[in-house]
Design a protein around this ligand. Structure first.
Ligand SMILES: NC(=O)c1ccc[n+]([C@@H]2O[C@H](COP(=O)([O-])OP(=O)(O)OC[C@H]3O[C@@H](n4cnc5c(N)ncnc54)[C@H](O)[C@@H]3O)[C@@H](O)[C@H]2O)c1
Length: 268
């Protein structure tokens, strides 16, 4: 039987084919799920989400994930369309400090607040609106995408590191309440560097991608690999797993040095 047969959910953040969310939407559809797609209004205008929507027969709702009224409308639309839902993917990240190359030691604080709001607090806002609406079925599953810079220093990841640390903390703390009161799971997936619009915006991204490939014993995880893991977390196979961060990175997080990197370094 398909892993998500009969399940319904919301997928944020599919901008174009390179987006991790795009691959999750395709895989969820293949596994029998019904999906509602959402992205920021500007992304609906500039991106290719309509192509994906046609492919998987999904309605599309515009929502800026920092705006409570937009999120209210998003979840109300989902409720009208589906009744209760089973899964939500948070696949949203943006930093103007990264975009405009402000170094971490000289941040623009308005942009910093925006980074935290868009990339982390939006997850709290989504769960807050969904909680009040009581829209999640029991054993439902929330997944947000994160990066190892939440836990280790990656200087060029800039203020997104702090956003991801907050995102992982929101996952644990809200995750407790979802589990206790609604039997719903909340987890994050810490993905390898992946060539997407957001990913390639990080200064030195190509080198980070190469470094991760050389360090990870299994090599980098692709967007499709990530989608497969997210499907497992949406499915009933992971019913008792919650409040966790999963390194989905080919072993990067637990490798000190690889033979490939040793070979690159001079002996003296
Ligand atoms: N690409 C990587 O290397 C990598 C690695 C680990 C984690 N991630 C995370 O994966 C997630 C998805 O990113 P991606 O790499 O697929 O890139 P992407 O650029 O395809 O997706 C980012 C999405 O965020 C959306 N977004 C930005 N501001 C928004 C707002 N205010 N409201 C609603 N949506 C908004 C964009 O429209 C876009 O669709 C992000 O959380 C990112 O940090 C990416």
């Amino acid at each position: 039987m398909a892993l998500l047969q009969g399940k319904k959910g919301i997928i944020t953040g599919a901008l174009d084919e390179s987006s991790i969310a795009w691959q999750v939407a395709l895989r969820a559809h293949e596994e029998g799920a019904e999906i509602l797609l959402t992205n920021a209004p500007v992304a609906l205008r500039m991106g290719k989400i309509k192509t994906l929507a046609e492919q998987i027969n999904a309605p599309v709702v515009a929502a800026d994930a920092t705006k409570l009224e937009d999120l209210q409308n998003l979840f109300e639309t989902a409720k009208k369309h589906f009744g209760k839902i089973d899964f939500v993917l948070h696949s949203i990240g943006m930093s103007n400090n990264v975009r405009k190359k402000r170094p971490y030691t000289d941040l623009n604080y308005d942009w910093y607040m925006k980074t935290l709001d868009v990339s982390a607090i939006s997850f709290h806002k989504m769960m807050h609106v969904a909680w009040k609406m009581d829209i999640m079925n029991e054993w439902g599953s929330w997944v947000a995408l994160t990066y190892i810079a939440a836990q280790r220093a990656f200087p060029k990841y800039n203020d997104m590191s702090d956003a991801k640390a907050l995102l992982e903390s929101i996952t644990r703390t809200f995750g407790y309440f979802w589990a206790k009161h609604k039997k719903v799971r909340v987890n994050t997936v810490s993905q390898s560097p992946t060539p997407t619009t957001a990913g390639t915006g990080i200064e030195g991204f190509k080198k980070m991608l190469k470094y991760a490939e050389l360090l990870s014993p299994l090599g980098n995880a692709t967007a499709l690999d990530c989608a497969n893991f997210v499907i497992f977390l949406f499915s009933d196979l992971s019913r008792k797993v919650t409040m966790q961060n999963f390194y989905h990175d080919g072993g990067f997080a637990f490798t000190g040095i690889s033979e490939e990197i040793l070979e690159l370094l001079p002996d003296e």
